[in-house]
Ligand binder design. Structure first.
Ligand code: MF3
Ligand code: CO
Length: 247
């Protein structure tokens, strides 16, 4: 369980800062015609220049420093020199950084160039759902409160929330207990306590919530081929507003 206190919190802040810097650099340079590998290298350079290590590289054999997932790809897209980003693509970028013994993890989704209004609403909803989940995460509330807040925000727009993948505790390891589902019932599940570090990361589909894994054994795609958006922050629970380490 990622309970952080004192100096550990400063290390978590530092990893979170680096994750944010990498994401912003990637978002500022993303453009149609760029390969997902080129985009990965932008993020990787920032992480390494900050004296950190990409958390995902080699994690369970994952072969890249960041995940880039386009359109119906939900998460864990592997960057490739042959995968080009096109005008109108919905691109989710997921970054993790490890420094001083602690991880940070965050994801943003952007639409490249001119987007379909429904794709824009999907992206806005993913951020809104994440932020509602974060707002529900305080000492004394439960994992069910967080999941229900996320699920309500998503379903209010007629979209669906992925069930097969969840958020997670984070700290000395990228993935620690507890699992943080993006669905649930208010009042149910584990009680949150001050200092608990978690990654809150809803994956939101325009269509059905079901997903499949592609032949590369990593890329998760929507089963119905519909668009999907992903938004993630690393946070630390407190007695009042949570600390958002990747803002
Ligand atoms: N944010 C994602 C997660 O927490 C990224 C993991 S990619 C992996 O699962 F390669 F590290 F698995
Ligand atoms: Co994560």
């Amino acid at each position: 369980m990622g309970i952080v206190t004192g100096g550990d919190l400063e290390h978590m802040r530092e990893s979170g800062r680096i994750v944010r810097k990498a994401l912003e650099e990637m978002k500022s340079l993303i453009a149609a015609g760029m390969s997902t590998k080129e985009l990965e290298m932008v993020g990787r350079r920032v992480i390494e220049a900050e004296g950190a290590i990409p958390s995902f590289l080699g994690y369970n054999g994952y072969p890249a420093a960041v995940c880039v997932s386009i359109n119906s790809e939900v998460v864990h897209g592997i960057p490739s020199t042959s995968r080009m980003i096109s005008e109108g693509d919905l691109v989710s970028i997921d970054v993790g950084a490890f420094k001083n013994g602690f991880h940070g993890d965050a994801a943003d989704t952007v639409v490249v160039g001119l987007a379909d209004p429904r794709a824009m609403l999907l992206v806005r909803t993913a951020y809104e759902a994440r932020d509602r989940g974060i707002a529900a995460a305080r000492a004394g509330s439960t994992l069910g409160d967080v999941g229900a807040a996320i699920q309500d925000a998503v379903e209010a727009q007629g979209f669906s929330v992925v069930r097969a993948l969840v958020g997670h505790g984070i700290g000395r390891k990228l993935h620690e207990p507890p699992q943080v589902p993006n669905f649930g019932r208010a009042g149910k599940g584990m009680k949150l306590t001050e200092g608990l570090a978690i990654a809150v990361e809803p994956m939101v589909n325009i269509g059905d919530f079901r997903v499949n894994t592609m032949d590369d054994n990593w890329t998760i795609v929507t089963a119905d081929g519909s668009l999907s958006a992903h938004a993630e922050h690393t946070i630390v629970v407190s007695g009042s507003e949570p600390l958002i380490l990747t803002a």
